[in-house]
Design a protein around this ligand. Sequence first.
Ligand code: ATP
Length: 386
Amino acid sequence: MPVPVSVTHQKAVGLAAAQPAELPTSGSLFSGLGRTAEDSTAKQQSNDAARQQQGAAGPATAPQQNCGGGGSSGADIAVATRSLTFSYPDIDGRPLPGRPPVVQDMTMSLPRGATCLLIGPNGAGKTTLLKVLGGKHMVPESAVSVLGQPPFHATALTSSGALSYVGGNWERDIAFAGYAIPLAGDIPASQMLNSMPGVDPARRQRLVEVLDIDPDWRMHLVSDGQRRRVQIAMGLLPQVPFQVLLLDEITVDLDVLGRADLMDFLRQECRERGATIIYATHIFDGLESWPSHIMYVAGGRLQAFAAAPDVPELREGRLLELVERWLRQEQRQRAQQERRDPAEWHREHAAGGDDGALHLASFNNGWAAGRLTSTLKHSANAVMRM
Ligand SMILES: Nc1ncnc2c1ncn2[C@@H]1O[C@H](COP(=O)(O)OP(=O)(O)OP(=O)(O)O)[C@@H](O)[C@H]1O
């Protein structure tokens, strides 16, 4: 039986819970700022000092002034990565040949109470990053810390509901029927919502109201957006309300009102309880005032990470403009890269980076049963290759 593990880079060692982030914020990515990581850190330290003077430090306000955790204690950090690198494995457990890691050398930390927008083009690695943070893929214990613990190894984090990942469509693979079959049994919504043990009835009722769920909905007759509302409620219900919530474009099917109410509710949860949310999305309208932090990923790398007050476009209601500029820039860079010598590109990426020493910590994270045809395409087995 293959053990679910992953292929990682050997640089990922020694995450201390209270490590300040190496802020990858780049001045050129934020208009009118010219701000460097050092500037951000200095500003943050002065903000921290001002907060101490005012005696106003607390989980609800701290993230507004705290980008990467510099100046924060370990207990204040909700999510941290250090040199996090992750590759999906081929059928033999080794990285897919010729493909760079999907997440590369990512170092950051996010304080408790933060509402962080995760932005990036299609295929940037957002879902993969959220799944790694959500404990769905194994990486070295030293590479990721959520609430002070490695999320894959500390299973109580996810089983208790303290760490929750809500993403993708509510679907599953069913043998002989196909992949990604929508979950659509003839089950009333009320039965699903009541099936979770130990839930505070007031919280359940609140979620039903926020998400405007009709308990009489039958799950095989609902629309995509209605199914999504129940899915989100189930993700937010557990007995221990989330401390860290990872949302992977969950609002895509929701109407404008449903989305606005949900985002308000989530921000309130962070302010009142010091919970932390990372939200990956491609829909930006009306989100300018939502995030306390903004994180931009492209090509598997963290390209920018900033506290909201440091991003003029957020203050000025021009988030969409900022994202469009980032994506166009990424598109241009990708086009240039593709024009480069492909052999050189292959050597650089397949070798796992500058030192060329890709370390196979372990194999077979993405258990490949049933996916033989897709994985054989990359296999060294010439006879079976499609
Ligand atoms: N199970 C998998 N096996 C191999 N490669 C994968 C797997 N899942 C994703 N990838 C690859 O990883 C890369 C990043 O995918 P990911 O889904 O994390 O991107 P994303 O930023 O969430 O994209 P989108 O915005 O389109 O949802 C893509 O190149 C994708 O092909």
